[in-house]
Write a protein of this length. Structure first.
Length: 425
């Protein structure tokens, strides 16, 4: 029977809709199959359990406030392979809001601790002189009361503000004797060190003018003030500046330096623990005409106290595990320790790359097997320090919602723990 015009039009519309649905469903099925195929090509991250010690203290938690976020540099300092000195919050729910910190000595093998300074924030300790520099409070937590450089005023006004701020901080520092066994006693006479543990009289402000890349004790600072050359399209290079000695050109871009961290197990400084793949001066993808290096992503630069430079290759192998990037990384004799803090990513948490094998040692996404005992699932962890023998990883960890937000005053303490990657559990 012949169809009427309206019925024919309806039939054509139905066929058109059905065709579109078939295409959409087919595309979705194809996309799902492709994604599944992609997933099956990923290498499997192995969950590894090491000994963990919980410390009954709460460190300064990360929050939305810019000056209270953790920097990719170690917190505290070690007296030996197990004894860590660091500042933590006082007990009680108001301690964070009141910015009340104390300096403690933690036994990372047992979790026991004792208070060294009842009110203060640790700075550094000179092993040579056995003297600790500390602040009665951390001025970074009060900087909301001060103007922020770069947001107004003339260059001279901003320079004057910075000089006044550094002078204020310098005047607030206190110094005490701290022996190798953790005994604290008053310091007799003037301090033999500056506030960054450089020798007394060393121009500490020069290090701050070089963006604060100061090193420990007599090691000087990394000068990153060398400008890029726009005529030759070459990066300025970083220099090691030591007391009483000529600067040493280190040969890598100034942009490869951020918060140099001393790694005692290598007796060298790591110039940066940030992900080099996402920066213009450390990756070919973003380097443009300035990129004239034989590698796609810069190695991680280790610098000895006398200026020798060693490069540790960027771990491209993590992409085979479905991991596109990370926040922080530290080379160790037991592998590359990777701190990934993206809650939605496939492998977030603490990872240890040993050769081509990737271990998840803490954390992980909610998609992990719910019947498996995955410690720290869905938690965001931040590495705070590593022991001199590279065995003990000190870190804080909690689910994202538990970290305090802007203006928070009451919240549960953020846990502090130690993973011993030299002891399997």
């Amino acid at each position: 029977m012949a169809m009427k015009g309206r019925d024919m039009k309806k039939s054509r519309n139905q066929r058109f809709v059905h065709g579109i649905l078939a295409l959409v469903l087919g595309a979705e099925a194809l996309s799902w199959t492709w994604a599944a195929d992609q997933r099956t090509t990923y290498r499997e991250i192995e969950d590894k359990r090491f000994e963990v010690i919980d410390i009954p203290l709460s460190p300064w938690p990360r929050s939305n406030r810019g000056w209270e976020k953790y920097f990719p540099s170690f917190y505290g300092f070690w007296l030996n392979d197990t004894q860590l000195v660091m500042s933590v919050l006082h007990d009680g729910p108001e301690a964070y809001a009141q910015k009340r910190s104390r300096i403690v000595l933690i036994d990372t093998d047992t979790g026991n601790y004792r208070v060294l300074v009842d009110q203060g924030y640790e700075g550094c300790r000179s092993k040579k002189h056995k003297v600790m520099a500390y602040l009665p409070y951390n001025p970074r937590f009060y900087s909301e009361q001060w103007p922020i450089p770069g947001t107004g005023g003339t260059p001279d006004e901003r320079k004057k503000w910075l000089e006044d701020r550094q002078a204020k901080i310098a005047a607030e520092f206190r110094y005490v004797r701290l022996d190798d066994d953790g005994t604290v006693s008053p310091l007799e006479g003037s301090s033999p060190i500056e506030r960054n543990c450089a020798p007394a009289g060393f121009p500490v402000d020069a290090a701050y003018q070089a963006r604060g890349n100061s090193l420990r004790e007599d090691d000087g600072f990394i000068d990153v003030r060398s400008p890029d050359n726009r005529e030759t399209n070459t990066h300025g290079t970083a220099k090691l500046v030591r007391p009483g000695q000529p600067p040493i050109d280190l040969g890598f871009p100034t942009g490869a330096v951020s918060w140099p961290t001393y790694l005692p197990y290598y007796d060298k400084y790591l110039m940066s623990s940030l992900d080099y793949a996402g920066h213009g001066s450390t990756s070919k993808k973003y380097g443009g005409v300035f990129w004239k290096y034989p590698y796609d992503v810069s190695p991680y630069w280790l610098v000895s106290r006398t200026g020798e430079v060693e490069g540790v290759p960027y771990p491209k192998i993590i992409r085979d595990y479905g991991i596109a990037g990370f926040q922080y990384i530290w080379p160790t004799p037991r592998g590359m320790l990777i701190n990934q803090t993206w809650p939605a990513s496939r492998g977030f948490g603490l990872l240890l790359l040993q050769g081509e094998k990737l271990l998840r040692i803490w954390g992980g996404p909610p998609s992990l097997n719910i019947f498996q005992d995955n410690r720290g699932r869905e938690e965001i962890a931040y590495v705070l320090n590593m022991s001199p023998d590279a065995c003990r990883i000190v870190f804080t960890h909690a689910k994202g919602k538990d970290y305090p937000g802007e203006g928070a005053k009451h919240f549960a303490p953020i846990p502090l723990s130690v993973l011993n990657i030299c002891k399997d559990r």
